[in-house]
Write a protein that binds this ligand. Structure first.
Ligand code: SF4
Length: 376
């Protein structure tokens, strides 16, 4: 049964009205596919002259705010299974727009099924799907609600419409529970009739990856920065077991923070901050990734988010002081709701020594945006 009485011509008319910032993605598709992504992502009945990608309910455009020229994520989906996150990481970039407490979205299952049925109805080409970029899909609420497990099972039913399935989490141990392990193993196999199967097979690209965040090797430091996330020992044990089950893991040593000594003899303790990512700690984490055959490492330098409805956490206020110290006499960059170090300062002070360590263990390391674009 058809869900809609609309066709390629209607889709192309909609596509002609898409906001210029999405045009680079729309324009690269053949007319049929352009019509398909327009019908799925753009509102059908809007009277507006310019349309945003606002139509899907939960299987959404990856990063709907980004201009595709500056942030060329392309045609890829993101499902934020829950709203909010209970891990309460001090550096969380989602705190600018997400609630503090985790909660279920209204009618999530119904909305998910509608979106998936429409992807099938409009016959979109296969694209990557990411769970989740603004919340942890395996945080504590998952133990009662199982909405992530439900989502993974539905993605399996519609596997031919998705290329890579990416699960980003600080709680990988949940994936070792039999029901999760079975479904992720099944998702890692593309069906024979999948349009991209030969390309994935020929390039030995994984079709499912767990991106696990682990930025600290010492529990006291983790308690300081991500106090409500599972312990380091728990995460490491789970990741080892996932690798033993041949599940592809990417280690996110993310975010990166300044380390001692700061220039001109100051120390992080002068700003009431721990030296949480000294070179010994970084070596331990990179060695862990190398010894356990992880695909690669992902990093980015911490941004200091200005939350919309609450004050900046004290630790981030102190980190802002460090950033100002590292940047002086220049000013910090404020862009997209957050303060950042100038690129050259971030590279010299934070990234370069870290990349040297990755290199010494022959571990590839990608900046987070680069990692996204390399995920097929
Ligand atoms: S786990 Fe991710 S989404 Fe959750 S609070 Fe931490 S950084 Fe934010």
């Amino acid at each position: 049964m058809r869900l809609f009485d609309i066709d390629t011509k209607d889709g192309l008319e909609l596509a002609a009205k898409v906001d210029a910032k999405y045009k680079p993605v729309f324009d690269k598709f053949s007319p049929d596919q352009r019509a398909a992504i327009a019908l799925y992502f753009l509102p059908h009945k809007s009277q507006k002259d310019i349309l945003g990608v606002t139509r899907p309910r939960v299987v959404k455009w990856y990063c709907p705010f980004a201009n595709q020229i500056d942030f060329p994520s392309g045609h890829r989906y993101c499902i934020n299974v829950y709203a909010g996150c209970s891990h309460k990481c001090k550096y969380c970039y989602a705190q600018g727009y997400e609630p503090d407490q985790a909660r279920c979205k209204d009618n999530f299952k119904k909305k998910l099924l509608k979106d998936l049925a429409e992807i099938e109805e409009f016959n979109l080409s296969a694209a990557p799907v990411h769970l989740s970029n603004s919340t942890d899909p395996l945080q504590a609420i998952e133990q009662q609600q199982k909405l992530t497990l439900y989502t993974l099972k539905q993605l399996l039913r519609y596997r031919r419409y998705f290329t890579s399935v990416v699960i980003l989490t600080k709680n990988p141990s949940t994936l070792l529970e039999p029901e999760y392990l079975t479904v992720i193993k099944d998702l890692a196999k593309l069906p024979e009739d999948h349009s991209r199967k030969s390309s994935f097979d020929n390039n030995s690209k994984p079709t499912l990856r767990i991106e696990a965040s682990l930025a600290f090797s010492d529990q006291d430091n983790a308690d300081f920065y991500d106090p409500d996330a599972p312990s380091i020992a728990n995460r490491m044990k789970a990741l080892k077991q996932l690798r033993q089950n041949d599940i592809t893991v990417v280690l996110r040593i993310d975010p990166l923070l300044p380390r001692n000594p700061l220039p001109s003899g100051k120390l992080l303790s002068d700003f009431q901050l721990p030296d949480a990512q000294n070179l010994t700690a970084m070596k331990e984490l990179v060695k862990f990734a190398a010894e356990n055959g992880m695909l690669h490492i992902v990093y980015s330098v911490a941004k200091i988010i200005a939350p919309r409805y609450k004050p900046i956490p004290e630790a981030m206020q102190q980190l802002k002081g460090v950033y100002e110290y590292l940047t002086k006499p220049d000013k910090l960059i404020f862009r997209g709701g957050s303060w950042r170090l100038p690129q050259i300062v971030a590279h010299e002070q934070i990234v370069k020594p870290f990349l040297k360590i990755c290199d010494s263990f022959s571990m590839k390391a990608y900046f987070c945006k680069q990692n996204l674009l390399l995920t097929p």
